[in-house]
Design a protein around this ligand. Structure first.
Ligand code: AMP
Ligand code: MG
Length: 526
């Protein structure tokens, strides 16, 4: 298709959300309940001195704006919310949610403001949304701003997720605002001024479970129906149902299926979202709202990067699949108001569980380079305990497993390629037995070592945004050095490829990072 690239500054924006759904046009940003509305009109609050720091060339090309003059001050002005382009009609979404298992009522975009939509190279509409662009009626007394540290974390992780082939919201740009933002990073009374930043997030839609929950909780059935119609028409065009109830049940099934696929991905790469509240769950099955997320390094199912959750560990790595299902059950409850029978919704929840376990098992076999059969399932089920006991790096273990020969009975030969994954000098004896069993199953599979390695490498990434790597990039960026962030971004865009000279970015967590803030412990402060 002859899809040209031009400049962001020459594009005309549209906005289907505000055109098709009821909204609040008062423009009053005092904290308040926004009733009968899917959105509230809000103008971004201008910032002092916007400066474009990072730009995703890849996403810009997909949006057809690769020729944007990045050094033109107008570009930074638009991406900071200081200037608006033709067709932009800025707004924030109204939504609610369950936070840490408790109903929290109205939440909404407290610091996210959508600018409008662009049509991308596939013909899909993409929303451009600024995060940190100022107060909205949903800010609940907070400042509506974001800091460089959390903005860079969102930028790097969403582009890394996309590189991994995992559904996610994206980030086009990061601008510094030239203003300071006050944060209490560990909620311990130590206030500090940090550089303010704004990212421009991009997704076909940022609709969350919570948008539907808000309308249902208020008994606003017309709004609930409109949201559902809008969502199905634009994002689930394949749903073809005889009546409204069947249509609604099919939609729920589809959300369940997409969520199952998303969770399969997260669990396989070792991503821990950190705050899986229902307002942070996308109905499109995208990874959304990068906050105190983290990546498993030594394998540990109970690990969570979020210090706010360190007591209950509700959102730790190992609980994520079950929490997603709990969240889907809360979404199902909203549909009861539309007279969808409970058993149809129960079918969706069963579909979630079935899809997740079938996909997880099948992908796990392929990641281990083994056939999908009973022997592989039995072997795979023993792996987690062993990785945990041996303090083994999760990502490196899978990547390096492909370097092991099939049919070997030599422990040394099998352990040597895995050395970079071990945090302890002596791997447990049980792991050695496991590797011997793996090697014998691999020999029976009939694939040669080279072929197996190629197939496994296409599924087991070498590069993920390890917590300590991102922290190193943040600390450099805070002193004005963007090179580590740019380099990490470049490498993370091709996570399955060997990239000569970049092995340092695939290394296991160094000892200095073990208990360092930002590397293993994060708060929601952002
Ligand atoms: P989260 O759990 O981080 O996704 O955020 C929960 C809610 O708090 C959402 O409604 C956010 O929009 C809101 N929020 C978080 N940080 C801020 C902030 N600095 N200013 C205004 N609202 C915020
Ligand atoms: Mg959120």
């Amino acid at each position: 298709m002859g899809f040209g690239n031009g400049s962001l500054l020459d594009r005309k924006f549209t906005d289907r959300f505000t055109r098709m759904l009821p909204g609040d046009t008062l423009g009053d940003i005092r904290p308040r309940q926004v009733m009968g509305s899917a959105w509230a009109a809000v103008a971004p609050a201008p910032v002092r001195e916007p400066r474009l720091l990072l730009w995703s060339d890849r996403l810009a090309a997909e949006l057809g704006i690769a020729d944007t003059p990045q050094d033109d001050p107008r570009v930074a002005a638009v991406l900071a919310g200081n200037e608006q382009l033709p067709g932009m009609r800025t707004w924030s979404a109204a939504y609610a949610g369950h936070q840490f298992g408790h109903w929290a009522g109205q939440l909404g975009d407290g610091r996210a403001i959508t600018l409008g939509e662009l049509v991308d190279h596939t013909g899909q509409h993409q929303e451009l949304q600024l995060k940190g662009a100022g107060r909205t009626p949903f800010s609940r007394g907070a400042d509506g701003r974001a800091v460089l540290r959390s903005s860079l974390r969102e930028f790097l992780c969403s582009e890394a997720m996309h590189g991994l082939g995992i559904p996610t919201t994206r980030v086009l740009s990061l601008v510094l605002t030239g203003e300071q933002v006050i944060r209490d990073m560990f909620y311990d009374g130590n206030l500090a001024a940090e550089p303010g930043a704004i990212v421009c997030r991009v997704a076909p839609s940022f609709l969350r479970f919570g948008n539907f929950q808000l309308a249902a909780a208020r008994g606003d059935l017309p709004l609930l129906e409109q949201l559902l119609d809008f969502c199905i028409e634009h994002y689930f065009p394949d749903i073809d149902a005889a009546d409204e109830i069947e249509r609604c049940a099919s939609w729920f099934n589809d959300v369940c299926r997409r969520t199952a696929l998303l969770l399969t991905h997260w669990m396989h790469v070792g991503f821990v979202h950190g705050v899986m509240n229902t307002d942070n769950m996308s109905v499109l099955g995208l990874t959304i709202d990068y906050g105190p997320y983290g990546w498993l390094e030594p394998f540990e199912p109970g690990w969570t990067p979020n210090t706010t959750d360190s007591e209950g560990r509700r959102y730790c790595y190992g609980r994520q699949p079950q929490i997603a299902q709990w969240n889907l059950a809360r979404l199902a409850e909203t549909l009861l108001a539309l007279d969808v029978a409970e058993n149809l919704l129960q079918d969706g929840l069963s579909l979630y569980a079935g899809t997740f376990s079938a996909r997880y098992r099948s992908l796990q076999a392929r990641r281990l380079g083994l056939p999908e059969d009973e022997a592989t399932i039995a072997l795979a089920s023993k792996l987690p305990a062993m990785l945990e006991q041996g303090e083994v790096d999760y990502v490196l273990f899978h990547r390096l497993l492909s370097r092991l020969p099939a049919g070997s009975s030599s422990a040394e030969e099998l352990l040597a390629p895995l050395a970079p994954a071990f945090h302890r000098p002596e791997p447990p004896a049980a792991l050695v037995h496991w590797l011997l069993a793996w090697s014998s199953l691999a020999a029976r599979s009939g694939e040669d070592d080279e072929e197996r390695r190629t197939n496994m490498d296409a599924l087991n990434p070498k590069y993920v945004p390890r917590n300590w790597l991102v922290q190193v990039a943040i600390e450099a960026a805070e002193t004005g050095d963007l090179e580590p962030a740019r380099r990490l971004l470049r490498v993370l865009q091709r996570p399955f490829d060997e990239q000569p000279g970049e092995d340092g970015l695939a290394a296991r967590r160094p000892d200095w990072a073990r208990n360092r803030p930002g590397c293993s412990a994060l708060s929601c402060s952002s």
